[in-house]
Structures are given as C-alpha cells and as structure tokens.
Design a protein around this ligand. Structure first.
Ligand code: SAM
Ligand code: DTB
Ligand code: SF4
Length: 364
C-alpha cells in the first residue's frame, strides 16, 4: 500500500510528470490498484443553481459579469426544481449532485437557507451532495455539514505563482482558508484545478505540491482542461493536447494515492481512447450530463456506452464515506451569524482581464 506523502517537491513531481509515458502509466496504474477498484468510476452531475453575474474576475470563467460571454444568467433555482433534476441524475446512474453558484462567497440569509434546504432534500434521496458556492466561513461550513453535505468543492485552480495572472479579486490564501473551514467539519474536500490556461509545467507541479501537502489530502481532485469561452480573457488560448491531460491525471494519482481523481471540464473534446488512457492512469470519477455548469459535456448515453466498452461501472454512493445525517432546519442549533469574513482583495490587476472587461464595455 503506497504511503501518503505530504511533502512532495516541485522537482520530484516534475520528474514523475516528465518520465517516459509508458513508465508513468505503469506507475500510476499500479498506485491506483492499491487503493481503488480500477473498474469503478464515480459519476457526479453538475447543477448550476445560480448562473452568471459573478463579481469576480477569474480569467477563465464565462460566469464573470465583467466579460462579454452571451451567457444567460439565472437567479437561484427553487428547491423542487433541484429535486427533480437530482432524481433525473440518480435515474441516469449518478451518485452525486454538485450544485454550483456563481458567487464570490456565501452570504447568510434567505438564499443560503434555500441552498441548505436543497442539501437536505438531495441527501434524503440517498445521493452524495456537493456544493461549490465560493468562499465560506467556518459557521457556514458547519451549517452545510449539519444539513447533510457530503463534499465541498473549492479549487486552487493553479499554482500560487500563476494564480496572480488569472484572478485578482481574491488571493490564494483565501482559497486555502475556505478549504480549512471545510476541514473543521466532517464534509469531504474536493479541490483541484485547470490545465491549459497558459501555465508552465512548473505551475502544474506547483498546484500538485499545494494540494498534496494538505493534511488530509483532498478526498477528490478535479482536473479540468480549460474550456476557452469566447468573451473571456482566455478565449484565444490553444487547447492542450490529450497527452498533457493523461500526464496530469497520472501524476495526480501518484502524489495523492487515496484521492478520487476526477476527469472534469474538457471531456467533450476528448476521444474515448484518450479518456480510456486517463482511466488507466488513475482517473476514477467524471462529471456526467450534457452540460457542465454552462458549457457542453458529453451526452450521458454516450458515456454509458463508453463505460460498457471499457467494462467500467458507476460507483454506488457512500462507498468511501458513510452518508451524513441531516438535521432539519427547525431542529438546528446553528444560525447565520452574519459574520463579516476577512477575505482579502489583492492589489494586483491583470491586463488581460482588464482588456476583456473593456471589450465588454463594462466600467466599474
Ligand atoms: N463560484 C464558485 C467558485 O469559484 O468557487 C463556484 C463555481 S466555479 C465555476 C468552479 C470551478 O469551475 C472553478 O474554480 C474552475 O476551476 C472551474 N471552471 C470555471 N470555468 C472553467 C472553464 N472555462 N474551464 C475549465 N474549468 C472552469
Ligand atoms: C470543477 O472543478 N469543475 C466543475 C466543478 N468543479 C464545479 C466546473 C467546470 C466548469 C466549466 C465551465 C462551465 O461549464 O461553465
Ligand atoms: Fe465567479 Fe466562480 Fe466564475 Fe470565479 S469561477 S468568476 S468566483 S463563478
């Protein structure tokens, strides 16, 4: 059984990443089999419960209000609508629903109460519930845990160095603080990043250093390939090659042996053969459903056909960790404390993001 190592260096990770592909695949597949069933893949369905109009300037994101992306925004969805979508996801083989909101951070109040009710409702359908709502405080993490949340997604996105070229409206440390707040509860941590944003290999390794040094390491790590959306500052970035994705997945598997590695955004552009190599290299989770949050994803039926060809089966819920109990709103001892979080606003501004803002004729 591979020991978990928390002090990987960038150099060690780059050596793994850059070794001859057959060696890398063999090593990753070996590590994978020690802790996971190689024929089982966890399937999550994304649900954008609040789309667009986000005040942040994440350079990759079609949901940032400041870029001109032709995106139709929506207010927060209703609980019954979410329940109906979750039932559909369950019927199509998903074990987890991941609800995303285009928020900088969670604010206590009616909308958060509504999200807590969504969490309770989905947990009662015996599905794993994940949320990705931006930054959260310790009290908010506790309230989500009490409602029955299984996982919280908050990505580091890239290395600390490159981060400053991608986002200026919040700092790397804010992300680590949110992950730390989740860790104070029994909610599992889902944190990963994006490749193909113009970063160097050192940045990919740097992100893996940061993720693997978290103790415990995140229970799941999504690896996204940039979906370059027109109107964002990254619209013209050339797509990465499948070999980069395979190497990144394999390296993630080796440095975080117990983690579920999720093949995330970018799958719509990958061939079945490419995805099969990612599964061989240790990916054991995907996002299913024809939409990610706002961009296309492969059709569920096509994914199930791929699973059949590869002899893969969707993992049942709560295999890795028991189902959390749900405390009803009326019985909760916790309440919103309207805490004013001390999230930072870094001073740097990013030229590329500013230009996209000007192009969208947005002035603040
Ligand atoms: N607003 C919340 C936040 O930023 O934490 C939650 C939603 S946000 C869209 C979740 C993650 O989706 C981001 O951290 C990023 O890793 C990923 N993402 C967003 N746009 C993407 C894109 N165009 N390509 C690949 N991944 C993307
Ligand atoms: C993650 O790492 N990837 C998902 C999920 N966590 C929330 C989101 C991908 C979004 C891709 C762009 C979009 O569809 O808007
Ligand atoms: Fe907003 Fe999240 Fe998109 Fe950043 S990634 S702009 S915080 S929705």
């Amino acid at each position: 059984m591979s020991e978990i190592k928390y002090n990987w260096t960038k150099e060690e990770i780059l050596k793994i990443y850059n070794q001859p592909l057959m060696e890398l695949l063999y090593e990753a597949a070996t590590v994978h089999r020690e802790s996971h069933n190689p024929n089982q893949v966890q399937v999550s369905t994304l649900l954008s419960i609040k789309t667009g109009g986000c005040p942040e300037d994440c350079g990759y994101c079609p949901q940032a209000a400041r870029y001109h992306t032709d995106l139709e925004g929506n207010d927060l969805m209703g609980v019954q609508q979410v329940k109906a979508q979750a039932l559909r996801a369950k019927a199509s083989g998903s074990s987890r629903v991941c609800m995303g909101a285009a928020w900088r951070n969670v604010k206590d109040g009616e909308e958060f109460d509504q999200v807590l009710e969504m969490v309770r409702t989905i947990n009662k359908l015996d599905m794993e519930v994940c949320c990705t709502l931006g930054m959260i405080t310790e009290n908010q993490a506790k309230r989500l845990a009490e409602a029955g949340l299984y996982a919280y997604n908050h990505n580091l996105d890239t290395s600390e160095d490159y981060y400053k070229d991608v986002i200026s409206t919040r700092a790397y440390q804010d992300r680590l603080d949110t992950i730390g707040n989740v860790r104070k509860t029994n909610v599992t941590v889902c944190s990963g990043g994006i490749i193909g944003m113009g970063e160097k290999l050192e940045d990919r390794a740097g992100m893996l250093v940061a993720l693997s040094s978290l103790s415990p390491q995140p229970e799941s790590v999504p690896i996204n390939a940039l979906v370059a959306v027109e109107g964002t500052p990254m619209e013209d970035i050339e797509p990465i090659s499948i070999w980069d994705m395979i190497r990144m997945v394999a390296t993630t598997r080796i440095v975080m042996p117990h983690t579920q590695v999720r093949l995330s955004a970018g799958r719509a552009e990958m061939s079945r053969e490419g995805q099969a190599m990612c599964f061989f290299a240790g990916a054991n989770s995907i996002f299913a459903g024809d939409k990610l949050l706002t961009t296309p994803n492969p059709d569920v039926n096509e994914d199930m056909e791929m699973f059949k060809i590869l002899g893969l089966e969707p993992m049942k819920p709560f295999v890795k960790k028991a189902q959390p109990e749900t405390v009803e709103a009326a019985e909760s001892l916790l309440e919103g404390i309207g805490e004013k979080p001390r999230w930072t606003r870094p001073e740097h501004s990013i030229e590329r993001n500013e230009e996209a803002k000007k192009k969208a004729k947005i002035v603040d």
